[in-house]
Design a protein around this ligand. Structure first.
Ligand SMILES: [Zn+2]
Length: 439
């Protein structure tokens, strides 16, 4: 049991939310004792139990063997990150997205690493040291104790073999004519369509013992004004694909188009269309990572979606909300917790500059090392990148090398839904009670 003593002037929904999230992330549960947190105040000098303190006032002699003291301001800073309140007023790019590059340099500095996770791990480390010194029994498991990669795929495209594409390439001018002809020949020589790849992806991942999530778009035609060339989710071929992916035991999720942002009716329409495939949809990744928070969460909550996994920057890897770990969403405008979870998107194939396969991989391994310091990261690889298509990077070679690397490292590779379910289970194990008075 965790008891939270909170001074009336600090008792705000957002602070309660932050401290609950911190307790869940710290993940330490004493088995037969109580742990206390004091917010905006200090415990009595007679307090002998182990406690955490978040206060604005620091006393010189306060640090004793049982008390860990931190600055109250940290709770507000963490709240601003988890809720993305810090993005208010940030310039948006032409697609309506917040880019890392357009953030204020002081914010960039804070978010250049997953500062929430590093703070949580520092507290966790100190707390475990105190509990051990006092011989107090505790459980300290978390869903990211074993290094875990949440593997996901956005299904933007399923048909690469298309006369419309070939015709378009030929309009690019005489200079490129002969290289475009070679490109068209390459495509025509492919027996099956390299973009129609989800089943093969499942097979390759399955050989390693991995699982992943596929986020499908829900357009009703192959061509559309707003998205250009996509696929018709109502076609028999795509429906069969979706049910085959699910039958194999991989997750099917929803990838709302650009048209759904700022338009709940369109979002609902697309969601319904995808639901007609009878897939069990619990999660969403927004196409282009388009949308602003908390509006994205509000809309998805209305559809009873369990989680979103779109909090990532389009132009950089890393923790846009200060954490690589899953968390419950909070609406900072309405000042209330939402009934939806977020699994931040921390790495996407296209954000890393490609020069050659070797440098791409070595840059990726470096990023992976930094992100996995949190124990968990989300990895996005688009389904149209399971081929070494002519005129493009050898995406398939790179992807297979990364899968082999994970196997060698012994990482756990799972779908987003699996991690969210584990996190919800983890949360349920904690009992947290808020109190004003000191007992
Ligand atoms: Zn997409």
């Amino acid at each position: 049991m965790w008891n939270i003593y909170i001074a009336p002037e600090c008792d705000k929904p957002m602070i309660r939310y932050v401290i609950k999230t911190l307790v869940h992330h710290i993940g330490v549960k004493p088995l037969d004792q109580q742990l206390s947190v004091y917010i905006g105040m200090h415990p009595n000098s007679s307090e002998k139990r182990i406690c955490l303190v978040f206060d604005r006032v620091f006393l010189n002699d306060e640090t004793n063997n049982n008390t860990l003291v931190y600055d109250y301001e940290l709770l507000e800073k963490i709240g601003d990150s988890l809720t993305l309140r810090y993005e208010q007023g940030a310039a948006l790019d032409k697609n309506g997205r917040v880019r890392y590059a357009s953030l204020d340099p002081s914010i960039q500095k804070v978010l250049s690493e997953q500062f929430v996770d590093f703070f949580v791990d520092k507290v966790r480390h100190e707390l475990i040291r105190l509990l051990k010194a006092e011989s107090i029994l505790f459980d300290d498991s978390t869903p990211w104790m074993e290094k875990t990669i949440v593997l996901s795929h956005d299904v933007d495209d399923l048909y690469g073999k298309s006369w419309i594409r070939y015709a378009f390439w030929l309009t690019k001018g005489m200079k490129r004519f002969s290289s475009e002809i070679k490109r068209i020949k390459w495509w025509m020589n492919q027996k099956s369509d390299p973009y129609f790849s989800p089943i093969e992806m499942c097979e390759i991942e399955g050989r390693h013992g991995f699982k992943s999530s596929f986020y499908f778009m829900a357009k009703s035609s192959y061509l559309s004004f707003d998205e250009g060339r996509r696929y018709n989710v109502k076609s028999k071929k795509v429906r069969l694909l979706i049910s085959a992916v699910e039958k194999l035991g991989w997750e099917v999720g929803f990838h709302p188009s650009r048209k759904t942002f700022d338009n709940f009716r369109n979002l609902k329409k697309e969601y319904k269309r995808l639901s007609q495939s009878r897939a069990d949809i619990t999660g969403v990744r927004r196409h282009y990572l388009k949308g602003q928070y908390p509006q994205v969460w509000r809309d998805l909550e209305k559809l009873q979606i369990k989680y979103d996994t779109s909090v990532g920057w389009p132009d950089r890897f890393g923790a846009r909300s200060g954490t690589c770990r899953p968390f419950k969403a909070f609406d900072f405008i309405e000042d209330k917790e939402l009934n939806i979870y977020e699994m931040p998107l921390t790495f996407m194939d296209g954000t890393l500059q490609y020069e050659n396969a070797e440098s791409y991989l070595s840059d990726y391994y470096d990023i992976e090392n930094r992100l996995l310091a949190s124990g968990v990261m989300t990895f996005l690889w688009h389904t149209d990148r399971l081929c070494n298509e002519r005129g493009s990077a050898p995406w398939r070679t790179i992807y297979e090398a990364i899968l082999n690397h994970w196997s060698k490292k012994g990482y756990r590779i799972i779908s987003t839904r699996e991690l969210i379910n584990e996190y919800m289970e983890h949360e349920r194990r904690f009992k947290i009670e808020f109190k004003y008075e000191r007992d």
